[in-house]
Design a protein. Structure first.
Lengths: 236, 334
């Protein structure tokens, strides 16, 4: 198992956001986390990347307990995240944003090669490399967020709502690229409100409701699950 | 009528001595600017006004005078030493002041701010520990020097140079001179600003600082160690304050343990005036403040110097609440 979460609890002050979540992600998988607004999807992501402290439970990464590890150390360990709202540094150029993605790396030649690879995945970014991140369109920012998350050569990439605010055609394109990234050897855990896309592309998925996991299974199984269809796919 | 006549006299008086006022103003402004850089850097990264920064400057000023004193260059030393010795002393003073000021800045961060950050304390609390740290440090310095005025050694032989006579080009103002020291001080301020600007925009450490200033959570996701970035920021501000301290020692004959207060307020004003969080703003704000208060002193009389400075601050902020150049380090915090 690359990632194992055991009985994870997270509190915001007195409010409990996650109630004992357990999930696993195996090497080479694409796993989706779906659920309504406020179900705790982003909180789960933030707990994995270290922006939120777990109040109870354990997070194991590659067999090591990282529950108490600082967020910046987890990047070195091999976790990267394209956060909710994309988190583009608005005052930095596209190039500088990508350099930030490789902040922990010292192998300059390989970083340059990876930057080239990102520009091949997202030719739009290459055109705009000198432009400040804040002036990009929503879709371009999403591409930059994903590209930047690749720059640390992560073992596990966390994608928080990669489809948010994008046109349907762009969503398909982004998911195509996510599949491609997996083909190149990166494991992916993604959070989505667009359950249709997420379930049809993911190997496995978990359904999160008010801070607890209520269902799990292969993406194709959940896609035909009547309860899931009713609640998240907008079809009766 | 007398009042207006007085104003007119003042104005013609101001005009005839405007050259000297301008040179003095720019020199003082350069020192404000160097201190302002520290306020602006820390604010840009933490949105925190480090009110103890004036004492970062203070410790550097006393540190360098102390080391000079150990080497026999204290006040009252009859003659200015030979040039090579002067250069050595200036470098030594700069290194000493930077170590003292940088060290003080790091200690303040560690003792007064970091424990509060760990506990997510509200902003107001930082303000109180800042004022506490400021008072404590200035009183400690006061104890060490018996609360006495300390004289600075005359290290630089100030050469007065009149470049041209303004009446030659038809201007009805007094001729004015510029000393080597005044030129040096202004050049130092510009040089320090340039160095910091390059550091922030061209190096990886600078990129790390800017990332925390723009979005600290995302910076952590990139692997940036926030504590280290904050320490570095305080250190950079301390270095600039150290340079300011040496220049101050060269320019003014005496220093006192409580001089940080007004100077700190002025430098902070300069930072706000230029646009806090903006390095160039600190430079521009410092120079503008120095100019304005000296012109004000020439126009209204010396007692009005500080009044002019703060009235100008208020007026500028009324029309440009973000200062002359606006926020930039944490710019477009989207």
């Amino acid at each position: 198992m690359l990632l194992e979460i055991e009985d994870l609890n997270v509190h915001y002050g007195r409010i409990q956001a996650l109630h004992g979540i357990s999930l696993t992600v195996d090497e080479g998988e694409i796993v989706a986390l779906i659920g309504a607004n406020g179900a705790g999807k982003s909180t789960t992501m933030r707990a994995i990347s270290g922006l939120r402290r777990a109040s109870a439970g354990r997070i194991l990464f590659g067999g090591d307990d990282i529950t108490r590890m600082r967020a910046d150390r987890r990047v070195v360990a091999g976790i990267s995240q394209a956060p909710e709202g994309r988190g583009i540094f608005p005052g930095m150029t596209v190039l500088e944003n990508l350099t930030m993605g490789a902040y922990t790396r010292k192998d300059k030649a390989a970083v340059a090669a990876d930057q080239q690879r990102v520009f091949e995945l997202f030719p739009r970014l290459a055109e705009r490399r000198k432009q400040p991140g804040g002036t990009l369109s929503g879709g371009e920012q999403q591409m930059l967020a994903i590209g930047r998350a690749l720059m640390s050569r992560p073992k596990l990439m966390l994608l928080d709502e990669p489809s948010m605010g994008l046109a349907p055609m762009l969503i398909r394109q982004i998911f195509d690229i996510i599949l491609e990234i997996r083909e190149q050897g990166t494991t992916i855990l993604l959070v989505e409100q667009n359950a249709q896309q997420a379930l049809s592309r993911a190997d496995r998925a978990y359904v999160l409701e008010t801070g607890a996991i209520t269902r799990s299974g292969s993406g194709s199984d959940l896609l035909v699950d009547p309860a899931v269809r009713d609640a998240y796919l907008g079809v009766a | 009528m007398d009042f207006f006549q007085g104003m007119a006299d003042n104005f013609s008086n101001l005009w005839t001595i405007i050259g000297d006022l301008t040179v003095t103003g720019l020199t003082q402004g350069a020192i404000y600017a160097l201190i302002a850089l520290g306020y602006t850097l820390v604010y840009g990264v933490l949105q925190l006004i480090n009110f103890a920064h004036s004492e970062v400057f203070l410790v550097g000023a006393f540190g360098s005078v102390m080391v000079w004193g150990w080497l026999g260059y204290s006040s009252g030393a009859a003659a200015v030493p030979p040039l090579l010795v002067v250069i050595g002393m200036l470098l030594l003073g700069a290194v000493t002041a930077s170590i003292f000021s940088g060290g003080t800045a790091l200690i303040i961060e560690r003792v007064a701010y970091r424990p509060l950050r760990r506990k997510n304390a509200p902003r107001l609390i930082f303000l109180i520990t800042a004022i506490g740290a400021s008072v404590a440090i200035s009183e400690i310095v006061g104890l060490l020097v018996d609360r006495k005025v300390v004289s600075t050694p005359a290290l630089v032989h100030q050469k007065f140079q009149v470049w041209f006579d303004p009446s030659d080009i038809g201007l009805n103002i007094n001729s004015f001179g510029i000393t080597n020291l005044q030129i040096g001080i202004v050049l130092c301020a510009i040089g320090m600003w340039l160095a910091l600007d390059l550091f922030l925009n061209r190096t990886k450490f600078g990129l790390g600082i800017r990332s925390v200033a723009q979005d600290e959570d995302t910076a952590a996701l990139m692997g940036v160690n926030k504590d280290r970035v904050i320490m570095l920021t305080f250190l950079l501000g301390g270095l600039a304050a150290g340079v300011a301290a040496v220049l101050y020692n060269l320019k003014f004959p005496q220093i006192t343990f409580d001089m940080g207060f007004l100077l700190g307020i002025k430098a902070f004003t300069a930072a706000v005036l230029g646009g806090i969080g903006n390095l160039r703003g600190a430079l521009v704000g410092g120079l503008v403040l120095g100019l304005v208060e000296n012109w004000g002193a020439g126009f209204f009389g010396n007692d009005w110097m500080n009044v002019t400075a703060f009235v100008v601050l208020v007026v500028v902020l009324m029309f440009r609440p973000t200062g002359i150049l606006g926020d930039s380090l944490g710019k477009a915090r989207a």
